[in-house]
Design a protein. Sequence first.
Length: 223
Amino acid sequence: MNPDATIEYERTMISANQVVKSQLANTIYMSVEGESADDVFYELGDLVIKGSNEELYDVDDVQGSFDSEKKEATFKLRVNSNWSDLEWIEIYPRTTEPYCYIVKDKIYYQIYQTPNTQVIDDQYQAITRKPTNQELASGFALDEVIYYLNLQKSTEFKILTEFIGEEIWVNSTEKVMIEDIELMEDEVKIIFRLPDTYWPHNLSSLVLFDEELNDYARREGQS
């Protein structure tokens, strides 16, 4: 496939010259020429690729060469996935939420947001409680457990199992699908379907809040 697609970025021309597809891996041959060629070249691994099947794909490897005098670069991106049935692809920069933290006593706290709120804003509230015996036994070292929440309380709360089959935002470009929720006597198991680009370990920081803003978090040693 020869897309022959070129865009201009800060007086720099970025061209996609060829796409080679297979059932195991795919290669995109590209070239960069212009004043910002070196900056563009070193950010290629952060690109996101969207296919005609609406799936997102991560760049697995970048290989190429850069001529600093001529300000030219030729390179190839490798994506390990089966694209044999794709009709088209789109390439664009990854846009993630800024890391929003509150600093208290030189400790950084993340701002949690409701599942379907795509953008973190400056409206948040603090929830504070004493650590449980289980948390203390697991090594929790602070005198208080503090959460900073950005939420829409009137619209986001509902029965937990009603989230089954829904997609929720995990950053500004990616959603995860909640495939199943198993309610057990002393724990809750949530099964997700993730896009190729999402790092599953991020889900370990998932926290659930009920309508009284009681928190239910993954404890140390739990999966």
